[in-house]
Write a protein that binds this ligand. Structure first.
Ligand code: GLN
Ligand code: ZN
Length: 758
C-alpha cells in the first residue's frame, strides 16, 4: 500500500569508512582493485541497512566515489580538455583529477549545493561533445539486485538541473545543450526500462527556484521526450529544499510521480495541493521527514499531515519519503555515548529517520495502533527536552526579547568614530594586518592532543600556547605588520571553540557529514538557550597584547557564522537563536574591551550560506543577520575599532547589507574574484574601512611584491585611500611557517611601495 522511500543515503559511513578508503587510495595505500572492493562493501552495507529497516523503494546510484554531479558529468563524457581523455569509461585518475587537480591540470571549480553545506564539482561544458560512457545507474541497480535481491530505485540528476549547475556555455545555448543531452538521457532510461526497472527518481531541485518561460518550455520538452521514448518506465520527478515555483505546470508534466518537500516547503506546497489538487494518475512523493535536520519528528503531526494528504491522493499513490537525500545528516545516533539522555533521545540521524519513515508508511497503510507506543516515545523525548533547564533560561529569553525591539547602534556614526580612532591609534596610511590564525603546525596539533588526553595539564598547555604567541608576536613585529593577532593556536575550529565554552551547545562523537569530496564536518548542536558562561578569548589576547606595543586585534566568530555552521533547535526561530548568540558574544566583546583590547574582529564568513533560496525571503534574513552582528558589536566605545572578515562567497549582491553591519573595518577575500569585487564596492560607494585581500592563502605559492602592488593599485583607483587596509585573503592556519613569513614580508614591501606613491 503506502510505500516508504528515501532520496539518498549518506555515503561516508558510520565511522567515516568511505572517507578513509578514498584517502587511502589517494595516498597509494590502497590498490585500485582493493579500493573498488572496499567501496562496494560500504555501498552494500548501506543498502542492507535500508533493506533491514523495511524501506520499500531503496535508492541506488546515490552512492558516489566523490560527488554525484561529477558522476553525471563523466557519465556523459564531459571531461575538461585539460585532462587526457579520449572516450570510453572515464578512468579513476581522470575522475579524481577533475575533482582534485593533478600536477599539470587545475581541478574544476567546486561550489555549494543550493543552500546546504555540501559542495559539488561544477561541470565545464566548453569545447566538449557529450557522449554516453557507461550506465552507472544501471550498474548500481544490477548490483543491488544480484547481491541483496533489492529492487532498487535508480537516482539520477535531471537534465535541467544538470545544465543549470554547469558552466562554460552561453545561456542562449541552453536549448542546444538540452538537445545534445536528451539522446544520452534517453538511452540511459531505455536501458533501465529494458532491465525491468520500475521506478527511477529524477532529481530536479532547480524547480524550487525561479524559472523563466524558456526554462518551463524546456522542462516540457525534456519530460515529453522521456515519456514518448521510454513509456514503460515510472519516473518520479523529485524536487527538494523548498516549495516548487510552478506547481500547476509541474504536476501537468507527463511523469508518473512528483516528489515534493513537505518540510522546508511545507506551507506553500501544501497550499498548492489544496488550490490546484493533485492529479489522480500520479504518485505523490511526500517528503515529510526532514532530510536536513537532526531532530526526531513529531510522528503525530506527520501522521496528521499524511492524513490531510489522503484527501488529495489515495494511500497507494502516496510514498512516505525524506524531504531530500539523507546525505546532509550524520549516519546514526547509536554510537553516541556522551550526549545527555534527553538530548540523545530527541535526535534522529539517517538511520533513525529510516525507522520514522517506515513507521509512518505502515501507519498510513493499516491505520494501526501498534505504532502508538513509538509515537508516544518520540513525543515524550521531545517534550522532556522542551522542558529542560537548558531550553528555559528566562534571563536569556528576556534579554533577547528586549534586544529584538531595540535598534542596536554604535554611539557615534562611522565618520566620527573614524576620526576618534585615527587620533587614538595613529595608524599609518594603508595599515597592514592578518585575518587571525597563523599556521597550526604539527607541533600545535600534537600539544592539543596531549592536553585532551590529559598528558599535558592545563598549565603546561597554557604555557605552550603562550610560547606560540610569543614566537608569532615577534615574527609579526619583525615583518613590520601594523595590527597584530595572537594567532588562534588554542582553537581547532572557529565554531567548535566557542560552542565548547558557551551554554546551549552539545557535541557529538561521530556526527560527521560530507562537506566536499572526502572532507567531512562535525557541526555542533545548538539545543538550548545560548548563554555566555565565562570569558573565552580574553586570556590569550591579553597575553599577546602584553608582549607588544603594537595593537593586538581580538578575534571572535560572529553569531550568524556560528549558527549557520551548527545544527540548530527548531522550537524557536533562527532569528532568535542568532540574537542569543549575539548577546553572548557581546559580553565577550565587552570583556575584551575591559581587558584593554581596543580592536576586535568578529568574523562572519558564513553569512551568505544562510540566505534563503526564495528571493522574497532574502531581505528579511539579511536584515536580522545584520542586526545580530550589530547587537554583538554596538556597545563598545567609539575609539574601539570593530573589524569583521568575510570570505568563501559572492558579495557583490549583498554590499548594502555588509555596509549596514557598520564594522569599522572589513577584510574581505578578493584575489579569486579577480577584482570584480572592487568594482562592486565602487558602485556601492562603500564608506567604511576596507581591507581587500591581496593574496590567495589557499595556495602555497609565495606572491610577489609586484603582483600585490598591482592589486593595491587597482583597488586604490576606486577606493578611498584613507579607508584602505592591506591584508591576506583569509586566515593562515593551513599554511606552513616559512611560506607565511615570506608572503607577509612581500605584502609589507608592497605596502611600502604603495605608501611611497601616495
Ligand atoms: N579568524 C579566522 C582565521 O583566521 C577566520 C577564518 C575564516 O574566515 N574562515 O582563521
Ligand atoms: Zn576567511
Amino acid at each position: 500500500m503506502t510505500k516508504s522511500s528515501i532520496l539518498g543515503y549518506p555515503r561516508i559511513g558510520a565511522d567515516r569508512e568511505w572517507k578513509k578508503a578514498l584517502e587511502a587510495f589517494w595516498s597509494g595505500k590502497l590498490e585500485e582493485a582493493a579500493f573498488h572492493t572496499r567501496l562496494q562493501e560500504i555501498r552494500l552495507a548501506h543498502l542492507r541497512k535500508q533493506q533491514d529497516q523495511g524501506i520499500d523503494l531503496i535508492p541506488v546510484n546515490d552512492f558516489s566515489y566523490y560527488d554525484h554531479i561529477l558522476d553525471t558529468a563523466v557519465m556523459f563524457g564531459i571531461v575538461p580538455k585539460r585532462f587526457t581523455y579520449d572516450g570510453g569509461a572515464v578512468p579513476l585518475s581522470v575522475y579524481y583529477g577533475i575533482a582534485r587537480g593533478t600536477t599539470d591540470a587545475a581541478a574544476s571549480e567546486m561550489t555549494k549545493w543550493f543552500n546546504t553545506n555540501y559542495h559539488y564539482i561544477v561541470p565545464e561544458l566548453n569545447d566538449v561533445t557529450p557522449l554516453f560512457t557507461e550506465n552507472k545507474p544501471l550498474i548500481a541497480y544490477r548490483e543491488a539486485k544480484e547481491h541483496l535481491g533489492i529492487e532498487g530505485k535508480p537516482v539520477i540528476v535531471g537534465p535541467l538541473t544538470f545544465l543549470k549547475l554547469s558552466k562554460g556555455y552561453d545561456k542562449s545555448e541552453t536549448e542546444a545543450w538540452i538537445d545534445r543531452l536528451l539522446p544520452l538521457y534517453t538511452q540511459l532510461l531505455q536501458e533501465l526500462a529494458e532491465e525491468g526497472v520500475q521506478w527511477v527518481q529524477i532529481d530536479e531541485p532547480v524547480l524550487v527556484t525561479q524559472l523563466s518561460e524558456t526554462d518551463l518550455q524546456l522542462l516540457q520538452k525534456i519530460y515529453q521526450t522521456f515519456s514518448a521514448e521510454v513509456p514503460r518506465l515510472n519516473i518520479l520527478l523529485q524536487t527538494y529544499f523548498e516549495s516548487v515555483e510552478n506547481y500547476s505546470e509541474i504536476i501537468a508534466l507527463p511523469v508518473q510521480g512528483i516528489g515534493l518537500d513537505l518540510v522546508h516547503g511545507l506551507s506553500a506546497n501544501l497550499q498548492s495541493i489544496k488550490d490546484f489538487g493533485f492529479p489522480a494518475d500520479k504518485v505523490l512523493g511526500a517528503g515529510v521527514i526532514d532530510g536536513r535536520g537532526i531532530w526526531k519528528a513529531s510522528l503525530k503531526d506527520k501522521l496528521a499531515l499524511l492524513e490531510e494528504l489522503t484527501e488529495f491522493v489515495t494511500p497507494e499513490r502516496l510514498f512516505v519519503q525524506s524531504s531530500c537525500s539523507l546525505l546532509h545528516v550524520p549516519v546514526t545516533t547509536e554510537r553516541e555515548t556522551k550526549l545527555a539522555p534527553a538530548l540523545k533521545s530527541s535526535l534522529a540521524f539517517a538511520d533513525e529517520k529510516l525507522n520514522e519513515i517506515v513507521l509512518l508508511s505502515k501507519a498510513c497503510t493499516s491505520g494501526s495502533t501498534d505504532l502508538l507506543a513509538e509515537i508516544d516515545n518520540a513525543d515524550q523525548a521531545l517534550l522532556s527536552l522542551q522542558q529542560s533547564e537548558e531550553r528555559n533560561r528566562i534571563d536569556i529569553q528576556q534579554a533577547v526579547a528586549s534586544l529584538r525591539v531595540q535598534e542596536p547602534e554604535r554611539s557615534l556614526p562611522f565618520a566620527k568614530r573614524h576620526a576618534a580612532q585615527q587620533e587614538k591609534w595613529q595608524l599609518p596610511l594603508f595599515p597592514t594586518t592578518t585575518i587571525g590564525s597563523f599556521p597550526q603546525s604539527a607541533e600545535v596539533r600534537k600539544a592539543r592532543q596531549l592536553w585532551r588526553k590529559g598528558e599535558l595539564n592545563n598549565e603546561q598547555y597554557a604555557n605552550f600556547i603562550r610560547e606560540q604567541i610569543d614566537t608569532w608576536i615577534k615574527i609579526q613585529e619583525d615583518i613590520g605588520l601594523d595590527v597584530l593577532v595572537h594567532g588562534e593556536f588554542e582553537r581547532t575550529d572557529m565554531v567548535e571553540f566557542f560552542g565548547e565554552k558557551l551554554a546551549g551547545f552539545a557535541f557529538t562523537q561521530y556526527g560527521w557529514v560530507q562537506s566536499y569530496g572526502s572532507r567531512c564536518v562535525k557541526p555542533p548542536i545548538i539545543f538550548g538557550d545560548v548563554a555566555f558562561v565565562q570569558e573565552m578569548t580574553v586570556e590569550e589576547t591579553k597575553y599577546a597584547q602584553s608582549q607588544t606595543k603594537q595593537p593586538v586585534k581580538g578575534m571572535l566568530t560572529g553569531p550568524i557564522t556560528i549558527m549557520n555552521w551548527s545544527f540548530v533547535r527548531e522550537d524557536i526561530p533562527r532569528e532568535h537563536i542568532a540574537y542569543q548568540l549575539a548577546y553572548a558574544l557581546r559580553q565577550e566583546v565587552e570583556a575584551l574591551e575591559q581587558a584593554g583590547i581596543g580592536m576586535i574582529q568578529v568574523d562572519e564568513p558564513a553569512v551568505r550560506e544562510g540566505l534563503p533560496l526564495k528571493e522574497n525571503e532574502q531581505a528579511d534574513y539579511l536584515a536580522w543577520a545584520v542586526k545580530a552582528f550589530r547587537i554583538s558589536t554596538c556597545t563598545v566605545q567609539e575609539t574601539t575599532q570593530i573589524h569583521t572578515h568575510m570570505c568563501y562567497c559572492e558579495f557583490h549582491d549583498m554590499i548594502d547589507s555588509i555596509q549596514a553591519m557598520d564594522a569599522d573595518v572589513i577584510s574581505i577575500e578578493t584575489s579569486r574574484s579577480h577584482g570584480e569585487l572592487i568594482h562592486s564596492f565602487e558602485l556601492n560607494t562603500y564608506k567604511l574601512g576596507i581591507g581587500l585581500g591581496v593574496y590567495d592563502i589557499h595556495s602555497p605559492r609565495i606572491p610577489s611584491v609586484e603582483e600585490m602592488t598591482n592589486m593595491i593599485d587597482r583597488a586604490l583607483r576606486v577606493l578611498d585611500p584613507n579607508l584602505f587596509w592591506i591584508n591576506p585573503d583569509c586566515g593562515l592556519k593551513t599554511r606552513g611557517r616559512d611560506e607565511t613569513v615570506a608572503s607577509l614580508r612581500n605584502m609589507v614591501d608592497a605596502t611600502r611601495v604603495a605608501r611611497e606613491q601616495y
